[in-house]
Ligand binder design. Structure first.
Ligand code: ZN
Length: 147
């Protein structure tokens, strides 16, 4: 059974007994979706990648899935924006919540050694200073600060 529009539901049914599939009495009332195989493959690949790496941008995951599954001659392609939004919705509960104030604690284990230099609190602001040793060397030799 496939839904062609939000308000319309296709009346076709498939009867399944074990691995035996039989067409129901009522046929589909819409043309076949010729891009369905691509849509399913891409959606599966993006969902697997999105749930295994929750911080990688969904658009990059969709681009990789399109690259792996789509040829130049393919048509009836899925909408990449919708797949990216679906991936983000799928993994939204897997990410830690966004901080609501200044009293949040980060995962300091995830920060490389020596990268976090200091945390400064001034009035109603909190500044987290991070830099690599190379950035500090460049900063020491800098003669002019460009705004
Ligand atoms: Zn149908």
């Amino acid at each position: 059974m496939q839904q062609t529009k939000q308000s319309h539901r296709c009346p076709a049914k498939v009867l399944q007994r074990g691995n035996d599939f039989r067409r129901g009495a009522i046929p589909h009332d819409h043309p076949a979706d010729l891009g369905l195989l691509h849509k399913v493959k891409i959606a599966r690949q993006v969902k697997d990648a999105a749930t295994s790496d929750v911080y990688r941008p969904a658009k990059r995951l969709v681009e990789a899935a399109f690259h792996d599954n789509i040829k130049e001659t393919d048509f009836c392609l899925p909408n990449p924006e919708l797949i990216a939004r679906r991936a983000n919705r799928c993994r939204q509960t897997m990410r830690p919540p966004e901080p609501r104030g200044l009293d949040f604690s980060g995962e300091e284990d995830a920060i490389p050694d020596g990268f976090l230099l200091n945390v400064i609190r001034m009035d109603d602001a909190r500044h987290i200073i991070m830099a690599t040793q190379q950035q500090l060397r460049i900063l020491q030799t800098a003669k002019k600060v460009v705004p």
